[in-house]
Structure formats: C-alpha cells, structure tokens
Design a protein around this ligand. Structure first.
Ligand SMILES: [Zn+2]
Length: 160
C-alpha cells in the first residue's frame, strides 16, 4: 500500500481544512463496500455533505444502527439513503456457508448473525423496516432504498 500513502502526500498538498464534522446535507448513506460504488461521483456528494456508512452488502445491522444513531443524534442527519447493488459479491455465497467455513478453519464460531444477501426488493424493504422501527433513531420518515446498477450506473428506487 505504499502507493496509497504516497498519493496521500499529493492529496495533503492541496487539502483544504475547515469543514464542519456535521454533514451539510443532513443525510446518511448506507451502502456496500463494493469497489464499483463511488458515492462522491454517483450521487454528486462532496466532502462535508454526508455521512457514508459502508459494510459488506449495504446491510442494516446492529452496527449500522449504532452509526446511524450517532449520525442522527450527534451530527444532525435527518435522512437515510440505503443503496445496495446488482452483481454484489455477497450473492456468490451464503452467510450460513461462510460462517461454517470460518468455524471449520478457525475452530471459533463467528459471533454475528446470518444476514440476507444481495440487493433484492425484499432485502431492501427489510433494511428500511429496521431503520423505521429502531427506537434509537429519532428521524425515521425520510428513509429511502435503492439498487445501484453496476452496468448502467443508475439508481432504481425500491418503494414500499
Ligand atoms: Zn456488494
């Protein structure tokens, strides 16, 4: 990763400090860690605009709720955008299989629970429901879910 550290030196040379830590657009984006998704380019957000919470799949787990609770209570966000995507790597195996594989390799049972994988209408609705029913989130009205198509770059909204 030396070239990444080197690139950071160039970045720091033109870096402009002074942005507030609270997102100016008051939005939190939950999306997959997939390397084909770039929220900055795909959504026109810039530094200082949004909290971006990424995990494998763009799932809403307990840890996502933890981050959203901090985002809403402490950083003033009021909207949540969930973006899962087509051709997600997680659709190539099941969480149950993966857990068994890890347990076989390490002798330790992973502590996390199986999660639904892959961007489907059903999975996105389940993610929206987790946010809309969380007692830890004060802002649960402006919550929308989308599928990002990695072939076209377009978002498709999943409506309730
Ligand atoms: Zn993915």
């Amino acid at each position: 990763m030396d070239h990444l550290v080197e690139a950071n030196r160039d970045y720091a040379g033109q870096y402009e400090p002074g942005l507030a830590g609270a997102p100016s657009r008051h939005v939190a984006i939950v999306t997959c860690m997939d390397c084909r998704i770039d929220p900055v380019q795909a959504l026109g957000v810039h530094l200082g605009d949004a909290n971006v919470i990424r995990d494998a799949g763009g799932l809403v787990t307990e840890d996502t709720i933890r981050s959203l609770a901090i985002s809403q209570h402490k950083l003033g966000t009021t909207a949540v955008m969930i973006i899962q995507h087509t051709k997600c790597g997680l659709t190539t195996f099941s969480d149950v299989e993966f857990r068994a594989e890890l347990q076989a390799a390490t002798g330790v049972e992973p502590p996390w629970q199986p999660e639904p994988f892959g961007a489907s209408e059903e999975n996105i609705k389940a993610a929206l429901e987790r946010i809309r029913t969380s007692p830890f989130l004060p802002h649960r009205e402006d919550v929308r879910g989308f599928v990002f198509d990695v072939d076209t770059g377009l978002l498709h909204e999943v409506t309730a």
